[in-house]
Ligand binder design. Structure first.
Ligand code: SF4
Length: 287
């Protein structure tokens, strides 16, 4: 619960505020750009939400915030400010992020192929979210993109009896994992669900490609909203930037039209030229 007595000094006046427990993960700025802004080491309310869509987005930010640092001072929650939030097709954003993943985004993919639903990475296990996933058939597989985002996967997996997948090179971070991806060759986990090892951000980073459309990229690749292009994060590369450039080059041999990262922005809509953009990014990374 955000504390109005500990408001950030730069908050605009009005009911919405960020308090001093913010860890500057950026999740609120992704949900409600313009309403929330970056003070350098924390977010603050740059201006009050100006219309019903911005109020809904501010509320999504409040729910998603990993540290519960956002307050609304009694502004009622709109009925459509709920997670999971549908992005496209059967893919939804889980919202509720965790301090343990520094606000890493997790995704739910509803499957009707008999193998069951997918959860990519680990949301905060809030009962409202878990109940919604349960009502949609539960979670058959939890796909962990890398060691930083494993957080609550053991607890969530135990609730749903899920298989929990991680690359063996990051497996020491997830003692609760039940299934392992090995080497650098892509493997099909189920029909239409491909695990593609992409060492770089961490040694055991994996991208998951669903139906040749949705690429879940962990912390290895994201959309840069301002540059309107793909980006990778050199300052947050824990294993090898050179290896990551090679991995992304291999990744670009696959077809996909969405990039859905753990941190950073996702693509705003389907984009058929993403593999070509990824090849160009890999070339820039090698310079
Ligand atoms: S989501 Fe919460 S912790 Fe993250 S930047 Fe916004 S206020 Fe700070």
């Amino acid at each position: 619960m955000a504390d109005p007595a500990r408001k950030h000094s730069r908050n605009a006046s009005g009911p919405w505020f960020v308090d001093d427990t913010c860890i500057d993960c950026g999740v609120c700025r992704e949900h409600a750009p313009g309403v929330f802004d970056d003070a350098g080491d924390a977010s603050f309310v740059a201006r009050e939400p100006a219309n019903p869509d911005e109020i809904r987005r501010a509320w999504l930010s409040l729910l998603a915030c990993p540290t519960r640092s956002i307050g609304s001072s009694g502004v009622p929650r709109p009925a459509d400010a709920v997670f999971p939030l549908r992005i496209d097709g059967d893919v939804s954003l889980c919202g509720y992020t965790s301090r343990e993943t520094f606000g890493g985004q997790a995704y739910f993919v509803r499957r009707q192929d008999g193998h069951g639903n997918l959860l990519v990475d680990s949301p905060r296990p809030v009962e409202a979210l878990l109940h919604s996933l349960e009502s949609q058939g539960g979670v058959a597989d939890i796909l962990l993109t890398h060691r930083d985002d494993v957080a609550h996967a053991g607890e969530t997996g135990a609730r749903f009896g899920s298989r929990i997948w991680i690359h063996e090179d990051d497996a020491d971070s997830a003692p609760f994992a039940t299934h392992f991806i090995r080497g650098t060759q892509a493997i099909e986990l189920h029909r239409g669900v491909l695990a593609i090892p992409i060492p770089g951000h961490t040694r055991g980073s994996v991208a998951f490609l669903v139906d040749g459309t949705y690429l879940f990229s962990g912390d290895s690749l994201a959309w840069d909203r301002e540059a309107e292009d793909l980006e990778a994060f050199r300052d947050y590369t824990w294993y090898s930037w050179e290896a990551q450039a090679r991995s992304l080059e291999r990744l670009a041999t696959h077809s996909f039209t969405w990039v859905l990262p753990g941190h950073g922005d996702r693509t705003p809509h389907a984009m058929p030229d993403l593999p070509a953009r990824l090849r160009a990014l890999a070339r820039r990374m090698r310079r």
